[in-house]
Ligand binder design. Structure first.
Ligand SMILES: C[S@@+](CC[C@H](N)C(=O)[O-])C[C@H]1O[C@@H](n2cnc3c(N)ncnc32)[C@H](O)[C@@H]1O
Length: 301
């Protein structure tokens, strides 16, 4: 799985700038346009929250776990809808941000949490975190299925029979040949683009398609509904890009703080380059990555 350092590399160093670009909800995953690109990003993110709550049969008063809660968009949406939400994150900057916003986000890996430490829940959501659960090294060691099975077992243990789990994740559309992924591959080739995206998400290897996730959820969970969000992700990235590159005085200080890191850290320079080239959007456009929203229900036995 992605280590604390790798999560920090993805989220903490770019934190302030992302926070200024993502909008007030702080959603850092694909929104729900459902093909209607006349929506604002804020509307599409709010529609996603509603879709998720409906998917897990949310009712006011419910206790919901958010595995990989980021800057707390679902924690906030659940609280506003009259629920009690507990989030887990590996990012200290995100945990601190949520605490200041009065949200219950814990700096804790789901792999070291259980029913004893967390209690039980009426529903679970995990939005854009599953893609971080298995590292490339773990994939190469043949552990990917076991990691996903462990995640579903963890969720199973916290839910009542019939309890719902909403899972949203990036997936491989085309699984690349691991050995060929290289920053030295021909410029703009699939392997070159994926190598740059890997710099943004170090320590993360994606599930190999939608069937892979459904298969590892069995026999604990049955799939209730699913919806592909690839085109919505491309649109979300476009909207983020427009905000990210908008010159704003508030961005000056965070950018200036990058200075020493740009000089001393080659990986950070690659991350900035990957953002500059729009490589994340490119992997979705080429269908190397895809994106899925899934609602699961805990089986009775
Ligand atoms: C792309 S962000 C998504 C954040 C949020 N769900 C949203 O929609 O904006 C991924 C989140 O997953 C968290 N994460 C990744 N692996 C995790 C793990 N093993 N346990 C807990 N959180 C994890 C990261 O810390 C980060 O908060």
């Amino acid at each position: 799985m992605a280590t604390l350092n790798e999560i920090e590399a993805t989220y903490d160093y770019l934190d302030e700038l992302f926070r200024l670009s993502l909008g007030p909800h702080g959603d850092f995953t694909g929104a729900l346009f459902n093909g209607d690109f006349s929506k604002t990003l804020l509307e599409a993110q709010a529609d996603k929250h509603e879709y998720i709550l409906k998917g897990i049969n949310f009712e006011p008063g419910d206790r919901i776990l958010d595995v990989g809660s980021g800057w707390g968009p679902m924690l906030r949406a659940i609280k506003q809808a009259g629920g009690n939400a507990v989030g887990l994150t590996l990012s200290p900057a995100q945990a601190k941000w949520c605490e200041q916003a009065g949200l219950d986000a814990r700096l804790q890996d789901w792999k070291t949490a259980d029913r004893g430490s967390l209690g039980t829940f009426d529903g679970i959501v995990s939005v854009g975190a599953f893609e971080h659960f298995c590292s490339a090294e773990e994939y190469l060691a043949g552990w990917q299925d076991q990691i996903y099975q462990d995640f579903f077992a963890f969720c199973y243990d916290l839910l009542p029979a019939g309890g719902r789990l909403y899972l949203q994740t990036m997936l491989w559309g085309k699984v690349p040949d691991y050995e060929a992924i290289s920053l030295k591959a021909p410029k703009y080739s699939d392997e070159w683009v994926v190598a740059h995206v890997k710099k943004i998400f170090p320590g993360s290897w994606l599930p190999q398609g939608f069937d892979h996730v459904v298969r590892t959820a069995e026999p604990r969970f049955k799939l209730i509904s699913e919806n592909n969000g690839r085109l919505d992700y491309i649109e979300t990235l476009k909207r983020w890009g427009e905000e990210f590159y908008k010159p704003r005085l508030a961005k000056l200080l965070p950018v200036l703080k990058w200075g020493p890191r740009v000089v001393s850290n080659q990986d950070f320079r690659y991350q900035l380059l990957a953002l500059y080239h729009g490589t994340v959007s490119e992997v979705f456009k080429r269908e190397i990555f895809t994106h899925q929203r899934m609602v699961f229900e805990k089986r009775e036995t």
